[in-house]
Design a protein around this ligand. Structure first.
Ligand SMILES: C[S@@+](CC[C@H](N)C(=O)[O-])C[C@H]1O[C@@H](n2cnc3c(N)ncnc32)[C@H](O)[C@@H]1O
Length: 278
């Protein structure tokens, strides 16, 4: 019998294909000067909000969708005890190689951000650039509840979303979704990455867009072309407040674009939420 994949499984499969194909290349792109500067800025921000918001010193950190490990490896190199997981095994493989290369000690394993089995174990938990990719809103809430459980009392969660109301051109902004197209080109020494994405469908009632993309990577060993789909949930500032509160967080701050001054006027491109467990 031919069993049809559930909508949830279909999203997870699309996401896994997407991130598996570009795991190795994204790690290389991440070594470019501009990506390294971005990661450094995000790491500085993380340390600063840990210090400002946790009630005790942050030592143990979990990253629930660590990708190639750029945050969790960076934090390990700054002296934190670090654990990272990601749904896509290929990304964990690349993260392990990167951690080894950088002499960082991080516990890394494959895992689903909606199936975390920790209780009162971490001083800080990261869920960066991932919540808007989870298969449905139940998964978002489940992930936040499990992060809440994984934190020690007084510990903090840091998560972020692309702001759908951002006025500029980004793949997560309503403006771009309505235009229906997004393209980009990134170059680092020895590699050129180009992508052309178009909106395949947009459900404005639930705030869900499916992007269909063609991605071309040119490296000295040839040209690699991937075609995949990715689901994007356009989570808003108010969605996030609602879900974080429903997950049990009472102390929630929103920061714009990795600036360490919280905002009450969320007009930024990226909104970062720092939530403390009582
Ligand atoms: C845009 S990347 C961000 C990676 C990393 N947090 C960063 O900022 O570089 C999204 C990551 O989420 C992972 N992912 C997608 N769905 C997931 C899930 N249900 N559980 C854990 N990881 C997931 C993907 O494999 C991918 O590595």
């Amino acid at each position: 019998m031919n069993r049809q994949a559930s909508p949830r499984d279909a999203v997870l499969k699309a996401s896994r294909d997407y991130y598996a194909h570009r795991a190795y290349y994204e790690d290389l792109l991440g070594q470019g000067a501009s990506s390294r500067a971005t990661t450094k800025r995000e790491l500085d921000f993380l340390e600063s909000v840990f210090h400002a918001n946790a009630t005790h010193q942050v030592n143990d950190v979990l990253d629930v969708a660590c990708g190639n490990g750029r945050h969790i490896i960076g934090l390990s190199r700054r002296g934190y005890r670090c654990t990272g997981s990601d749904y896509t095994p290929e990304r964990i493989q690349v993260a392990k190689a990167r951690a080894h290369h950088e002499g960082a000690s991080v516990k890394l394993s494959q895992g689903d951000a909606t199936k975390l089995a920790y209780e009162s174990k971490f001083d800080a938990v990261l869920a960066l650039y991932v919540l808007f990719l989870l298969p449905d809103d139940d998964s978002v809430l489940r992930c936040l509840r499990q992060v809440h459980r994984a934190l020690k009392s007084g510990g903090v969660m840091v998560c972020n979303i692309g702001n759908p109301f951002y006025a500029g051109k980004e793949w997560f902004s309503l403006k771009t979704i309505h235009q229906g197209r997004y393209s980009q080109e990134v170059r680092v020494p020895g590699m050129r990455y180009m992508s052309i994405d178009r909106v395949q469908s947009f459900d404005s009632l639930h705030g869900v867009a499916w992007w269909q993309g063609t991605h071309v990577i040119e490296t000295p060993d040839g040209m690699h072309i991937f075609r995949e789909r990715e689901r994007l949930r356009l989570l808003t500032y108010w969605d996030m407040l609602h879900y974080l509160q429903s997950a049990g967080f009472k102390e929630i701050k929103c920061y714009p674009d990795w600036n360490i001054k919280p905002t009450k006027k969320p007009k930024a491109e990226t909104l970062i939420f720092v939530s403390r467990k009582d």
